[in-house]
Structures are given as structure tokens and as C-alpha cells.
Design a protein around this ligand. Structure first.
Ligand code: TYD
Ligand code: MG
Length: 449
């Protein structure tokens, strides 16, 4: 590993270097490289004995603590696990404090002892928010403190089952000289919380602010130390919020929690399908609807494409919410296999509602949206697309067609275009299946070839 040989570590991003540098080569911050002494063990044996045990003799994990906020429980894998650490990351202002305050109140309401530690806001501010969101449970404990030692002491006294630290960047251990929020302080804070969680058998939520660029801010450097990493995302000016797990020792990482930020705090969105696809009566060129799977949940999303004449020697291919390499492939396939001329056009493609989709099932919809914009021909808003497009232009089957088709039918879509090799098991009322072999034939069926 790189860090083994090096002696200087950036407090911002954790980049290691063998020599001191005024500016961190990774994140560009100035004056953040600090020396880190490597301790060399004196001898092989530490004097303590360790006993291996038989795996079969280990008991199962204790019961989970259900928060009562369904979308949060779903992402956690069915509630929080005692003696574990959950990191909740997200941009400032996205709603992390609100989510955890609501969770704290819901947990307290279900009889759990919960301690909320805030290093960012005053008790009065939190009280106001609690009243506003209806999260003012009389049994909820609050501590406004930034001193790590004091927080640990209070936690030992109260022995809460769930503890929330908002945020880890504000906590400081006076034993370390470095500034709060720096990598050393973060690591210290997380490792002390780790021991505490085990000691008092509490589930600990740690809030960590992450900047737009994502990578640089501190919390990334402690992801490996926690059991579960959740990210809370959304467009700042849009009310939709998405909670996703990027790491979970106790559950799946493919589940999504969807919330809406309202005047009274976060509201769970249990039936989110309609949110990402504008239900419009009239067709608009450059749009196509796709059914994606987010975890076990089918979601209808709208793909929007804009194709305009380019004045650049290398035309632009810009994507938001999908992989740009896949976009480049889809464009190349359209050009070569379906004779849609794009080499002199800029192509912009976006996924509606701020979602990030990495499923190949998106391909067919992307290709159709691009062709629709390029030819200025509309696609019926009652049609949905499903299919991976291969380099040969072939439309390939995708997984879980049945569930996706059922969702499209439930929401009133009239036809589904998919691969001719897909074998949907059941019929779905009112949903006509249009099976195509390749992109060229897909365009033919839409009257675009
Ligand atoms: P907050 O939870 O403080 O964000 P974070 O902890 O991630 O920094 O949420 C802040 C934003 O949420 C703020 O811009 C106001 C908005 N908000 C509402 O719209 N409704 C509400 O009921 C609350 C409490 C906040
Ligand atoms: Mg906050």
C-alpha cells in the first residue's frame, strides 16, 4: 500500500506522500499535508492471547432496531443493527439533520432510548426544527457539544440504544492538535465511536458533509471504518431526495429510499414511479420512457435527448445521470447501424429527476430519444422501452422483464418495446409488447427509419 512508505498525509483527502508538499497533489488544498509518524512494533508478540472459535458456535446477530421510517429501514436492510456504525453522507443543506431528527423521534416513539448530539446547531434551533417537522418526542435526549471526550462520557452515562452524531466534522478530540474536520480528527472520532458502539451496544449514526466534488472531503477517508455508508442526494432546488447505501455489511446496497422535502420535513414517497417520468399528454421530440430497477423496485424514468448542429471539430457528447461511455457507444451504434447521422451534431442526454442510472437496460430508450430529437419525430408518451444495445446494434433482453412490465401496465402505459429474445412470462392488461431484433427495426416500428 502507498501509505506504508509515506510520511505526510493530507488532512483534507487523505492523500499520502513521502515528502512534505505545500499543496496536496490530489485535492489541491494548500497547507494541509501533515506528518504522520509510523509506529514500528517492538516485537512480534504483544503478550495477549487470542482464542480462535468455531464459526458454527457463533450466535446470530441480535434483532434490528426498526426506525419506523420505512424508506430508511429499507435502505438499512430492515432497521439498524446494535453496536454498529452508520455514516450518512451528503452535501450541506440536503436534509441529513432533518432525516436523522425525524428518525430519532420515530425511534423514541417506539420506545428506544436515543441521544442526538449536535455540534452544529443550538438546542433552540433543533427545537424549532423538531416542532416544524412534528419530531418533538418528549423522550428524546439532546446534547449540544463538540468535545469528543464529553460526548463519550455522556453516552456512557445515558447508554442510549441509538446515538446520532451531527456531524463528525465538528467533533474534536483535544488530544490531537490538528483542526476539527481534518483526516486525523475524523479517524480518531470514528475509531472512538466504534469502541463506544461496542461498549454500550448502541447503533451510532455519523453525519458527514460531502462537497459537490465528492471525493475530496473528509468522510470518504473513514468509509472503510464503518459498517454502513449511506448517501443522501438530490438537487438542492428540487424537493426530491434519494437515500442510497454504497456499503452495507448488513444488507443489500441496491435499495433506494425516496423522500420529498416539504415544509414539514421529509415525507416518505412510497410510490415514486411517477416522479421521474413527466406524465404529459402531448408527445415531445427527444424523450423516451424506460423502466429501470432500483433495488427491488421498478421505476419509470424519462430519458431526454437534445441533438443540435455542432460547430466543433469533435462534437460534444454530454450525459447527466448516465455513464458517458455508454452514451458514446449508443451514439456510435445509431450512426453506424441505423444510419442516423450524428457525427456533425452535439448530443446531450439527461435522466429526469436527478437520478443516476447505471443499468444497460437504459440503452434502447437512450437510442430512441436521440433519434427522436435528431429527426424531430415524437414517440408516443404511452410507450416504454427496455433493452441493452450491443455494439452490433442488436437489442438484448434485460433482467426482470415481468416486474418492469407490470409496473408500466399499472401506471397506464400502453406499449412496451423490448428485445425479441425476451420471454415475458405473464400478460399485462392493456400493455402491448413490441419485440424488436435491433436498433434499425426499433426505429422502423416507430416510423423513424
Ligand atoms: P438540513 O437537514 O439542515 O440539511 P443538512 O443537515 O444536510 O445540512 O436541511 C436543510 C434544508 O432543508 C434547509 O434548506 C431547509 C430545508 N427544510 C425544509 O424545506 N423543510 C423542513 O421542514 C426542514 C426542517 C428543512
Ligand atoms: Mg445539518
Amino acid at each position: 500500500m502507498k501509505a506504508e512508505r509515506s510520511h505526510y498525509v493530507c488532512e483534507e483527502c487523505g492523500e499520502a506522500s513521502v515528502q512534505w508538499l505545500g499543496r496536496c497533489p490530489a485535492c489541491g488544498s494548500f497547507g494541509t499535508m501533515r506528518e504522520e509518524r509510523k509506529e514500528t512494533p517492538r516485537s512480534e508478540s504483544s503478550g495477549t492471547r487470542a482464542e480462535p472459535l468455531l464459526l458454527s458456535s457463533v450466535e446470530e446477530e441480535g434483532p434490528r432496531i426498526v426506525t419506523g421510517i420505512g424508506e430508511l429501514d429499507r435502505v438499512l436492510g430492515g432497521g439498524v443493527v446494535p453496536a454498529s456504525l452508520v455514516l450518512l453522507g451528503g452535501e450541506p443543506g440536503i436534509g441529513k439533520s432533518t432525516l436523522l431528527l425525524q428518525a430519532a423521534a420515530a425511534l423514541t416513539g417506539r420506545g428506544a432510548r436515543v441521544m442526538l448530539v449536535s455540534g452544529e446547531e443550538s438546542a433552540a434551533q433543533i427545537g424549532t426544527r423538531a416542532r416544524r417537522t412534528g419530531a418533538l418526542d418528549p423522550g428524546l435526549y439532546l446534547l449540544c457539544e463538540t468535545d469528543l471526550g464529553a460526548v463519550l462520557e455522556a453516552a456512557r452515562q445515558l447508554a442510549p440504544q441509538v446515538m446520532i452524531i451531527d456531524s463528525i466534522q465538528t467533533m474534536r478530540s483535544p488530544e490531537l492538535d490538528s483542526s476539527p474536520g481534518g483526516v486525523n480528527q475524523l479517524r480518531e472520532c470514528v475509531s472512538r465511536m466504534q469502541s463506544l458502539a461496542k461498549e454500550i451496544d448502541a447503533a451510532v449514526f455519523l453525519v458527514g458533509h460531502v462537497t459537490k466534488e465528492g471525493m475530496l472531503a473528509g468522510p470518504r477517508t473513514v468509509e472503510h471504518m464503518v459498517d454502513c455508508v449511506l448517501y443522501f442526494e438530490g438537487e438542492r432546488f428540487d424537493s426530491l431526495r434519494i437515500l442510497r447505501a454504497v456499503k452495507n455489511r448488513f444488507g443489500s446496497v441496491s435499495e433506494l429510499g425516496i423522500f420529498e422535502m416539504t415544509g414539514q420535513g421529509l415525507r416518505e414517497v412510497e410510490d415514486p414511479s411517477h416522479l421521474f417520468a413527466d406524465s404529459r399528454e402531448e408527445a415531445v421530440s427527444g424523450t423516451a420512457t424506460v423502466v429501470i430497477m432500483e433495488g427491488r423496485r421498478p421505476l419509470l424514468v424519462e430519458v431526454q435527448a437534445l441533438v443540435v448542429p455542432s460547430h466543433l471539430p469533435t462534437p460534444k457528447r454530454v450525459s447527466t445521470g448516465m455513464d458517458h461511455r455508454r452514451l458514446a457507444i449508443d451514439v456510435a451504434v445509431l450512426e453506424r447501424k441505423a444510419r442516423i447521422r450524428l457525427s456533425d451534431r452535439d448530443v446531450y442526454v439527461g435522466i429526469c429527476g436527478g437520478l443516476k442510472v447505471s443499468e444497460p437496460a437504459l440503452d434502447l430508450g437512450v437510442c430512441m430519444a436521440i433519434a427522436s430529437s435528431r429527426l424531430d419525430r415524437t414517440i408516443s408518451p404511452e410507450m416504454v422501452f427496455l433493452g441493452e444495445v450491443s455494439l452490433t446494434g442488436e437489442v438484448r433482453p434485460v433482467s426482470r422483464v415481468g416486474e418492469r412490465a407490470r409496473e408500466a401496465s399499472r401506471l397506464g402505459y400502453k406499449s412496451l418495446m423490448l428485445s425479441d429474445k425476451s420471454k415475458p412470462q405473464a400478460k399485462h392488461p392493456g400493455l402491448e409488447l413490441v419485440q424488436v431484433r435491433d436498433v434499425g427495426r426499433a426505429l422502423e416500428r416507430l416510423g423513424m427509419a
